[in-house]
Design a protein around this ligand. Structure first.
Ligand code: G3I
Length: 379
């Protein structure tokens, strides 16, 4: 039979088959991603480094676009970068970061306006090097916050207004902001940020948020802001966790204590280290350093299967906790895209190999990514 005739008979047959409804509509769904799976639960975010928001890290950028719905700058909006001298701002990197977030339709968080670390020395002293007065420092804080928040009004949706102002025992950190102004530097910071952009969300952000002292200190702080009628939308629990700290039920206790204040909870800087911590001290105080010792870097050549499995199980337990309280949590942000990006490789011991994030050094998703997606989408 002529091919032409054969083809037309085939075409007719296929048309009839399709019309008969017998053809099963094969719904070829795009593979689920963290962003798609978590869309109805909370933002899933990541911290961006300069090579990502400037377009250099193409592998990392692919993951960011595919997997995440929120971004925060790891470093480019810290005072030492964005406001290096009293009368000089440098918005180069911050503008690039915000442009990346807008171009990819991401929820953009600013980090961070007032922090004791990475604040350039000029902020606290006069021309002679003496500490400035309370009034001068308040004016400098107001100028800093107003200039930056106003610039990104309508683009940045939430700010880490004050970062790490409470110690593990609940006392105020004796930063220069505290010793010169007193505890009112915190409400002033929230007031200035709100005046600069009345619509932007405002957060208090800190680490080791499961210590009892810290928990009551942060609860007291949030209550004091609320009693002053100041806007505070969320408490950021950074979530720099280890294999044996914190106890997950302590984490839940803190999460519930903050949520009970009527604010949202955000997990803002999540990572899970597998490495030993010198001195057994935990937390995320960037000022901590320790000398390199071989025994502190046990997995330089790769992660043993049993450790990898334990890491996956622990991370999965935390995400199950986040799903359990998804009505209180509005954002979970990983502190970096792939293992090679993580600050954990160099803190507190420089030059180590950690495995703290959701994507490995080859920018491949670890098994935890599918576990999170399956847990989020299971019926
Ligand atoms: O960009 C400069 C570069 O020009 C210079 O050559 C190089 C060497 O001096 O330093 C580079 O800046 C470094 C920056 O990371 C970017 O890599 C800073 O020295 C270094 O201190 C900075 O570390 C960051 C740290 O905060 C201090 O700002 C980490 O990447 C960042 O992950 C970490 O993040 C903090 C959060 O902001 C707050 N919560 C704790 C968390 C972990 O410490």
């Amino acid at each position: 039979m002529k091919t032409k005739v054969k083809n037309s008979i085939l075409a007719v047959a296929l048309a009839c088959f399709a019309l008969s409804g017998c053809a099963k509509k094969v719904d070829i769904e795009a593979p689920a991603t963290l962003k798609s799976a978590l869309e109805s639960k909370f933002y899933i975010g990541t911290a961006l480094n300069q090579s990502q928001f400037t377009g250099q890290d193409t592998a990392g950028i692919r993951i960011i676009k595919e997997q995440f719905s929120a971004v925060v700058p790891e470093n480019c909006m810290k005072s030492e970068v964005i406001h290096p001298e009293e009368n000089r701002y440098d918005f180069t990197q911050a503008d690039q970061f915000v442009a990346f977030g807008e171009a990819n339709n991401l929820f953009i968080t600013g980090h961070c306006l007032i922090w004791h670390s990475q604040t350039p020395p000029w902020f606290f002293v006069d021309a002679t090097g003496k500490d400035v007065s309370k009034e001068v420092l308040i004016e400098r804080m107001k100028n800093h916050i107003t200039t930056i928040v106003s610039r990104y009004k309508g683009k940045i949706k939430g700010w880490d207004v004050v970062n790490e102002a409470i110690m593990d025992d609940g006392s105020y950190r004796e930063s220069k902001f505290y010793t010169i102004i007193g505890e009112e530097f915190i409400p002033l910071a929230f007031q200035f940020a709100h005046e600069a952009d009345p619509d932007v969300e405002l957060y208090y952000n800190d680490y080791s948020m499961t210590f009892e002292g810290k928990r009551s200190g942060v609860v007291a702080l949030v209550k004091s802001l609320q009693e002053k009628g100041l806007r505070i939308d969320a408490v950021g629990m950074q979530g720099h966790i280890g294999m044996d700290y914190p106890e997950i039920d302590e984490f839940e206790k803190s999460l519930l204590a903050y949520a009970a204040l009527g604010v949202n909870v955000m997990i803002t800087e999540l990572d899970l280290t597998v490495l030993p911590h010198p001195g057994g001290h935990v937390g995320a105080d960037v000022a901590q350093t320790a000398e390199y010792k071989q025994e502190m870097n046990p997995y330089a050549d790769g992660l043993p299967a049993d450790v990898d499995a334990a890491w996956t199980a622990r991370f999965n337990d935390f995400f199950k906790l986040f799903f359990k309280h998804q009505d209180k949590i509005t954002r979970v942000t990983l502190w970096g895209v792939s293992d090679g990006d993580s600050w954990r490789n160099n803190w507190p011991v420089p030059g180590r190999t950690d495995y703290a994030l959701l994507f490995d050094r080859n920018h491949q998703p670890k098994p935890i990514v599918n576990l999170i997606i399956n847990e989020a989408t299971k019926k």
